[in-house]
Design a protein around this ligand. Structure first.
Ligand SMILES: Nc1ncnc2c1ncn2[C@@H]1O[C@H](COP(=O)(O)OP(=O)(O)OP(=O)(O)O)[C@@H](O)[C@H]1O
Ligand SMILES: [Mg+2]
Length: 400
């Protein structure tokens, strides 16, 4: 039939970009308490006093980044009313920075144009800090706020989170006040911050809790009214998306993704309305996609371990002990002609699978003689694991 003409006729969406992650909403719903805390933490700045350092934490998709953008936009706007203030904001997403050193290099480069940027090798850390202090001292500002989003990616090397909040106290920066806003969705990172960092960075801690179904409904309603055509959503779509997301994560991002996918499915099936079954199918597809992505990145030994557990699960033998998984694993590894690794290694593979959310365990206790041990089962629906494992060329043959 060849190509047909592209014509504009979307029966479902008026503006689907509103549902994408890159969309920046103009207001934050259902977060009045947190916004209040955020504004009071920033209040000293408007009063002309030194800023407080702020640590913002909460699970993924609960509005930390959006809230920060909106609050700072407001702050920058309202400072116009005061002649003696000049507040500047430096925003850095640390996602791809794996150390304090990398973050300090990235910050230096925020102040430089393309030709004079520095590379992330070749300068000693103290030299990079010095460059950063020089830039800050030369800013013609009263206050500079440094936002370090997704700061957990620096891991245990948290020196920058000591250096920046202390920049004034340690007299590295004297010409303007420096305030730091650190943002993280990793609770272990927060708990493991060194004592000196906790003291300096966490002057104000603001927690963003997960959303409940009612809050997600409000958020989805507002977004859906912009994204979808009138009357294409059946009444149960928003409540169902909200309920699924609330139950699984409390993440607005997840809820938005679900309703977007549901709409997308209805559109691709050329249906006029988005119904409950589209939401259910969308949920399965998203779950599959996630499992698929994760599985593809797993080494073959982990895939074989997961396959062994899948078999046991299908046979109704779970929860089972590690030894049972290992017995099964030895057989399947031989069938696909893979190295048979030790029980200890498989133990590590199981732990990894557990961290990734494929496997769950619970502790059993057989009294004084038996001691305590773990029993394992799948934490993802078996059909989904099977589908994903079938994509792996080496494991696929096991299913035949
Ligand atoms: N209260 C809200 N009102 C409207 N939209 C929201 C709200 N909270 C979150 N969102 C939307 O949900 C998505 C995720 O929000 P955001 O990026 O702020 O999450 P986050 O807490 O920074 O997550 P992460 O830890 O993964 O970075 C965005 O698309 C945002 O527009
Ligand atoms: Mg964020």
């Amino acid at each position: 039939m060849g190509l047909t003409e592209f014509t504009r006729d979307d029966p479902i969406f008026t503006d689907e970009s509103v549902l994408r992650d890159s969309y920046r909403p103009q207001e934050l719903l259902e977060r009045d308490k947190e916004l209040g805390e955020y504004q009071s933490a920033l209040q000293p700045i408007i009063n002309g006093a030194p800023p407080k350092n702020i640590f913002l934490y909460g699970q993924t998709g609960v509005g930390k980044t959006v809230a920060t953008r909106l609050v700072l936009k407001r702050l920058i706007n309202d400072q116009e009313n005061y002649d003696d203030l000049d507040i500047q904001v430096v925003e850095l997403n640390c996602k791809s920075a794996s150390s304090s050193y990398q973050v300090s290099v990235d910050l230096v480069n925020k102040f430089r144009d393309a030709e004079s940027m520095i590379s992330s090798t070749g300068y000693p850390a103290t030299r990079v800090y010095q460059m950063l202090w020089d830039h800050l001292n030369h800013l013609d500002a009263t206050h500079v706020l440094i936002v370090l989003d997704e700061i957990d990616s620096i891991g245990s090397d948290d020196d920058i989170l000591y250096q920046l909040p202390r920049a004034n106290d340690n007299e590295n920066v004297q010409d303007c006040w420096v305030g730091v806003i650190g943002i993280s969705n990793d609770f272990t990172f927060r708990d493991n911050l060194s004592a000196r960092v906790k003291d300096s960075l966490c002057e104000e801690e603001i927690h963003f809790p997960p959303y409940d179904a009612g809050q997600l409904r409000t958020i989805l309603q507002q977004r859906a009214s912009k994204a979808f055509r009138d009357d294409v959503l059946s009444d149960d779509v928003i409540p169902l998306c909200s309920a699924f997301a609330a139950q699984e994560s409390g993440s607005a991002r997840q809820a938005l993704k679900l309703i977007y996918k549901a709409g997308d499915l209805a559109r691709s099936r050329e249906e006029e309305r988005v119904e409950e079954h589209h939401v259910r199918d969308a949920r399965t597809l998203i779950e599959k996609g996630k499992v698929q992505d994760e599985l593809e990145s797993l080494p073959i030994q982990s895939q074989l371990t997961l396959y062994s557990l899948l078999q046991l699960e299908v046979e109704g033998e779970t929860p089972c002990k590690r030894a049972e998984i290992y017995d099964r694993y030895q057989v399947v590894a031989q069938i696909v002609d893979a190295d048979v690794v030790s029980d200890r290694t498989i133990h590590d593979r199981i732990s990894q699978l557990r961290l990734k959310g494929f496997v769950e365990h619970d502790e059993r206790n057989d009294g004084i003689r038996g001691g305590s041990y773990y029993q394992y089962s799948l934490d993802v629906r078996p059909e989904i694991v099977e589908d994903a494992l079938r994509q792996s060329s080496r494991v696929a043959e096991l299913f035949d």
